[in-house]
Design a protein around this ligand. Structure first.
Ligand code: ADE
Ligand code: ZN
Length: 355
C-alpha cells in the first residue's frame, strides 16, 4: 500500500476522540481575531515576542519545554473567549474538523475554572458548547459528550464549588455534562487531593477520568485508580514502569487515552516510537489515540493516527483492536456503541488484505 493509501485507510477508520481540551483547539489566528473583537489585550511584545503575530505564536508552540511551559500559553490563549458565541464557534469548528478526520463520537474536556476565574459564567461556557454539540450531531451525525475538568493547581475547595455549581444546575443528572476529569500541572498535585469530589461523583454515578502518568510517575495512575476510582486514564504513558499495574489495567479493560503528538511536543518522550504502543497491544491494554490540544501540538486526530502508523507500522487487526476498544471505552449508550462497532466491522471488511 502506498503512503497515500494508508492515510486514506486511517482516515476512513471510524474514530472516537476521548482526550481533547476544547480550549486547546483555539488556533493562533482565531486567538488574535477574538482578542481584537473582544478587546482583550495579549502580553506586550516587549515581554513576550511570541505575541507579535499568529505566525510567531505558532512558532513558539513548536518549542514548549514542559507541560507547565505549554499551560502558560494555554491559559493566556483562552482569555480571549468571552461570549456564548465564542464557545459555540470554537467547538463547532473543532467538530467540523474532527468529522473531516473520520471522528464519529467525541468526548471533550472543558476547564470551567479557567473561565469563571476571569468572570465568565459557567452557564455561558456550557451553553455555547451545548449549541455546537447539537449542530454537530445534526450536520455531521457526530455524537459527543462534555467532561468537566478540575484544575489540579487550584485548591480542592475550588473544584468542589465547581462540581456543586454544575450539580445545582442539574447538569450531571440531565446528561448535559457526562463526567468529570482532572487536568493542568500534574507533578506536585497528586490525585488524592481531589478524593472527596471524586467520591461524591462516584456515589452519584457520574463518570470519572483523570490525567495521570503524563509527567507524573506511575503512582499518579495507581493513586487515581485507587483513591479517586477513575474509570479511564488520560495519557497513562508511565504505566510501562509498573508491570503489575499495566496488567491490572489490561485485565479491567480500563481505557487509556493516548496523545502521541502532545507527548512529543511536551517532551514526555523524544519521538512517537518511544511510546508504549507495542507493549499495550501485546498486553491487551485498551487505548485510544487523541489530539489533546491540537492547535498547540501540531496536529488533529488523523495526524496522530498517521504518526502512530509511521512509528509502529500496525496491521489491520491491530487497528481494529484499537478502534473497537475506543468504542467500548466510550461513555455513549450501548445502542450507539453497536452502530459504531458495525462501522468498524465494515471498514475492516473493505480494507481486508490491504494493511
Ligand atoms: N490541559 C490541557 N492540556 C493538558 C495536558 N496535556 N495535560 C494537563 N493538562 C492539560
Ligand atoms: Zn490532556
Amino acid at each position: 500500500m502506498t503512503e497515500a493509501a494508508i492515510q486514506q485507510c486511517l482516515h476512513d477508520l471510524p474514530k472516537c476522540e476521548h482526550h481533547l481540551h476544547i480550549e486547546g483547539s483555539l488556533s493562533p489566528s482565531l486567538l488574535f481575531r477574538l482578542a481584537d473583537t473582544n478587546k482583550i489585550s495579549l502580553p506586550a511584545i516587549e515581554t513576550d515576542p511570541s505575541f507579535a503575530s499568529p505566525e510567531a505564536l505558532e512558532g513558539r508552540y513548536t518549542r514548549f519545554t514542559s507541560l507547565n511551559d505549554f499551560l502558560h500559553y494555554y491559559y493566556i490563549g483562552m482569555s480571549v473567549l468571552i461570549t456564548t458565541a465564542d464557545f459555540e464557534s470554537l467547538a463547532y469548528e473543532y467538530f467540523a474538523r474532527a468529522h473531516n478526520d473520520g471522528v464519529h463520537h467525541a468526548e471533550i474536556f472543558f476547564d470551567p475554572q479557567a473561565h469563571t476565574s476571569r468572570g465568565i459564567a459557567y452557564e455561558t461556557v456550557v451553553a455555547g458548547l451545548g449549541m455546537a454539540q447539537k449542530r454537530a450531531e445534526k450536520d455531521f451525525g457526530l455524537t459527543s459528550k462534555l467532561i468537566l475538568c478540575f484544575l489540579r493547581h487550584l485548591p480542592a475547595s475550588d473544584a468542589k464549588d465547581t462540581y456543586q455549581a454544575a450539580e445545582a444546575l442539574g447538569h450531571f443528572s440531565s446528561g448535559v455534562v457526562a463526567g468529570i476529569g482532572l487536568d493542568s500541572s500534574e507533578v506536585g498535585f497528586p490525585p488524592e487531593i481531589f478524593k472527596e469530589v471524586y467520591e461524591s461523583a462516584s456515589k452519584a454515578g457520574i463518570r470519572r477520568t483523570a490525567h495521570a502518568g503524563e509527567e507524573g510517575d506511575s503512582t499518579y495512575i495507581s493513586r487515581a485508580l485507587d483513591l479517586c476510582s477513575i474509570e479511564r486514564i488520560d495519557h497513562g504513558i508511565r504505566l510501562v514502569d509498573d508491570e503489575a499495574l499495566l496488567k491490572r489495567v489490561a485485565k479491567d479493560k480500563t481505557l487509556v487515552t493516548m496523545c502521541p503528538l502532545s507527548n512529543v511536543r511536551l517532551r514526555c518522550v523524544t519521538k512517537v516510537a518511544e511510546l508504549p504502543i507495542r507493549k499495550f497491544l501485546t498486553e491487551g491494554v485498551r487505548f485510544s489515540i487523541n489530539s489533546d490540544d491540537p492547535a498547540y501540538f501540531g496536529g488533529y486526530i488523523l495526524d496522530n493516527y498517521i504518526a502512530v502508523q509511521e512509528a509502529f507500522r500496525l496491521n489491520l487487526k491491530e487497528w481494529k483492536f484499537i478502534a473497537d476498544g475506543a468504542i467500548e471505552g466510550s461513555w455513549c449508550d450501548g445502542e450507539r456503541k453497536q452502530v459504531l462497532l458495525e462501522k468498524v466491522e465494515q471498514w475492516a471488511e473493505s480494507y481486508k488484505g490491504t494493511l
